[in-house]
Design a protein around this ligand. Structure first.
Ligand code: ATP
Ligand code: MG
Length: 180
């Protein structure tokens, strides 16, 4: 008999949203669960988690489907550039819906999906609808800053990472193995 899958949200400005989700992935693999991680903003390459997760074997799969939108400011992005990000986000979205409905996974991590929603690359109502109709047993984790009230509303567990301080503010650059 399968338990009801949970909807978790990691949001807020502080560090730890993605890495906390990856911690759950590690735990889930240890319990024999199958895990899919879909990255909505990151474009792959150079992230330690990609190589690290690959070492966990075939219980976990990670796909980077974004184009790095988070590293731009919205008003610095031209129309053509924005269209490119929208297209990438839509493709990631279709992949996500397909994988959710495939019922192949026990846990799906939707990394940075909140940012994709916030930048209007993905429609929030579609996400709520997908969550409402997901396979009963499937656990999901949505990460990223600025989680919308609609998403918080439908979730079971919501955590806000709060910055007390961050090395970045002292001018310390992103550290290998810690930040990426
Ligand atoms: P992590 O991947 O380390 O768990 P995160 O998912 O909470 O971080 P994001 O908003 O996705 O954070 O930010 C991506 C990158 O920015 C990561 O390298 C992260 O360490 C770094 N970062 C997170 N919070 C801050 C902050 N308050 N100031 C500067 N950099 C940050
Ligand atoms: Mg993150």
């Amino acid at each position: 008999m399968s338990e009801r899958g949970l909807i978790l949200v990691n949001t807020g400005n502080g560090k730890g949203k993605t890495t906390a989700a990856l911690g759950v992935a590690l735990r889930a693999v240890g319990q024999g669960l199958k895990v899919l991680i879909l990255q909505f903003i990151k474009s792959g390459n150079g992230y330690g988690e990609l190589a690290g997760l690959a070492k966990l074997g075939d219980q976990v799969e990670i796909r980077s489907m974004g184009k790095g939108f988070i590293y731009y400011k919205r008003d610095e992005v031209g129309e053509a550039e924005l269209a490119r990000h929208k297209e990438a986000a839509q493709e990631a979205w279709h992949t996500l819906v397909e994988e959710v409905n495939s019922d192949r996974w026990d846990l799906i991590i939707m990394d940075e999906i909140n940012n994709a929603i916030n930048y209007e690359l993905i429609d929030v109502n579609s996400v709520v609808n997908m969550l409402k109709h997901k396979p009963e047993r499937l656990h999901v984790i949505l990460t990223g800053r600025y989680a919308k009230p609609e998403i918080i509303d439908i979730a079971d567990t919501v955590t806000e990472m709060k910055v007390i301080k961050h090395a970045y503010e002292k001018g310390i650059k992103a550290a290998k193995g810690i930040e990426f």
